[in-house]
Each structure stands twice: as C-alpha cells, then as structure tokens.
Design a protein around this ligand. Structure first.
Ligand code: SF4
Length: 335
C-alpha cells in the first residue's frame, strides 16, 4: 500500500483579521479559493482511493483558529472518518500566536490535531509593528507555552528581512525561538509579492529589499543555531510555485533552491576556517560527505572559485568522504 506523508489543504487568508504587509496568502499558497469541508473530503477521498495510509492532513495558510468556530469544526469534522480508518493519522495546522487559548487548543486536540504551527515571524516588537503583524513577541511566548501544556507539538515559523529588521535582529529572533523549545521550525526569508503593501513600501523606498544574498548570509548564521539545538528546520524559503516563479515574486529572497544555497554557504564558511593558514599557492583537497559535494562546490562552482581566490590557492578540489560526517575536512595540502 502507498504511504503519503502530508496532504495539504490551503485555507488562504481565511479568517485572518490582519493585514501583514508581506502577505497575499492566495498568491503565496498558489490556491485561489478558501477551503471548505467538501475540499477536505475531496482531498482525503483521493488519498483513500490511492490506498494511502498514515498521512497527516495539514491546513496551511491563513490563520486557522481565527476562522469562524463553526467552520473550524466543519473542516476538522470532515477529517474524522479518515482518521478513523487510518487514511490519516493526525492533523496539523498553522495559525497566529494571538489566536489560540486553552479552549481552542482543547477543541483542536479533540479533533485529532497533533501539531500547531505558530507564525512568530519576529521576536522584535518593533519589527512586528512595522510589518503590520498585530501581535507581540509576548503573544508568541504565551501561545507556545499553551501549545506545550495542551500536549500538542509546536512548530514556530520565523521570517528574515522584515521591515525594521536586520541581520542581528533576525539572529536574535532565531535564538529566542530556540529558547521556546519548539519541535520544529520554518524559516521564511521575506519575498516581495506583487500587490502587497510591502511592494508599495519597496517601490516608495521605505523598505530595502532582502535580497537572495542577504537571506543566504543570515540563514547561514541561523541554521547552525537550530541544528546545534537539535531543532529540525522543516522548511527554508517559500515553496516554489508557478505563480511566484512566473513574476508574482517581484523582488526579495525568492529562489527555488534557497535551502541548497544556504547549505552551500555554511560549508563555504567551514572550509574558509580550515583554509586559514594554508600557504598561498597550495593545492588543497577538501572532503565532505558524498551527498554534500555539490553543495560544497557551490552553484556554478561559486565556492571553489571564491575560496581559491580568497586564499590564493593553485587548486582546490572537493572529494566525497563518508567519514566527513556533517562537516568539511582537510584531506590533503600540497605546497
Ligand atoms: S496573519 Fe497570516 S494570513 Fe493574516 S495577513 Fe498575516 S500572514 Fe497573512
């Protein structure tokens, strides 16, 4: 029997009372209409017809717990037959930190919700205000505790490059999110989506674009912090969609392979630390796990060229080496 992991149902902008400057959930999720109970049934019927079992139903986009409570219950109720027959094993959803309380969480748990994702976005109140988030960092701390106390898994989402933020504030947000002990995190560098308030701010010159290079630099600071705390980063960067790639992402940190660029930058930094002190003119071989050779080499050999130039090397090679583990090792230096 086929097994599926996630069955997504998008609830774009549904129930959201807010107007975050970067948000056009209908475009970001690539889904033009809010979901209904019939959509949930249709998605799960498809999975059942394919013989899938043990999947997780995921309500993404919007702010699930800010939706009319009757609709929340209807969406969750639609999933119950499929939980009962094992087509799905649990439900996850995302929402705003200021839209959860003990009663809401108890209701979600009763319907088989196992994981709640909270859009923290920043832990800096100035950044949250400048981004029109309508909640504070304290709301995120409070909501995270409530999710934990309710016995639900917690995933925290953060963004880099929001209005009023900088690299230091983004790294501080990551540290404060890690301190909340989530079971996982998502990191979304800011993308300027067509038609949003952020696009107006950028065109008016009141917001400086968070470029792909900016995002790679700060995410290469942040990712190792999550890894050191054993918190999986389950997503880095917006999922590529035909709409975003086709021009709706007008500027900002949109790149279909952003995660790969960040991993490449982390390895470049590790390699630079190893090469410090290697005499100019040397021929060097670095070792990384075989599946990391391409990330170490960099897109269009960017890392090889940058390191060769920075350290004046005659030649730099990268070799697949199982023993390298997660890092980079110096295999050979010839003068
Ligand atoms: S809270 Fe979420 S859905 Fe609502 S405007 Fe902000 S990002 Fe969009």
């Amino acid at each position: 029997m086929a097994r599926a992991r996630i069955i997504p149902v998008f609830v774009p902008h549904l129930g959201c009372p807010n107007g975050c400057v970067f948000c056009d959930q209908r475009r970001i999720s690539g889904s033009p209409l809010p979901a209904s109970a019939a959509d949930v049934t249709a998605a799960l019927d498809r999975a059942r017809a394919l013989g899938q079992t043990g999947a997780e139903l995921a309500f993404y986009g919007g702010s699930f717990t800010a939706v009319d409570p009757a609709l929340q219950r209807a969406l969750l109720q639609a999933a119950q037959p499929y939980l009962a027959d094992g087509t799905i094993r649990s439900v996850r959803l995302s929402t705003r930190p200021d839209a959860v309380d003990e009663g809401v969480l108890a209701m979600l748990k009763g319907y088989g919700v196992a994981t709640v994702e909270l859009g923290a976005q920043s832990m800096d109140d100035g950044v949250l205000a400048a981004s029109g988030r309508g909640h504070t960092a304290k709301d995120t701390v409070r909501a995270s505790e409530l999710v934990r106390v309710a016995g639900l898994k917690l995933v925290l989402q953060m963004m880099t490059g929001l209005p009023g933020s900088d690299r230091e504030k983004d790294v501080d947000t990551a540290r404060r999110i890690i301190a909340l002990g989530p079971d996982g995190a998502r990191v979304y560098p800011t993308v300027i989506v067509r038609g949003t308030a952020l696009e107006d701010m950028w065109r008016a010159g009141t917001y400086r674009e968070h470029t792909v290079a900016d995002a790679v630099a700060v995410c290469a600071d942040i990712l190792p912090l999550f890894e050191a705390a054993h918190i999986p980063v389950i997503r880095l960067g917006l999922n590529p969609t035909a709409e975003l790639s086709g021009g709706q992402a007008v500027a900002g940190a949109y790149h279909p392979a952003l995660g790969e660029l960040v991993r490449s930058e982390i390895l470049r930094r590790q390699a630079a630390a190893l090469l410090d002190g290697v005499p100019a003119g040397a021929e060097v071989t670095l070792g990384v796990a075989p599946e990391r050779v391409s990330a170490m080499t960099g897109q269009h050999r960017a890392n090889i060229e940058a390191l060769t130039a920075a350290f004046g090397l005659a030649r730099l090679r990268v070799k697949g080496l199982d023993e390298a583990g997660d890092g980079v090792v110096l295999v050979d230096v010839r003068i």
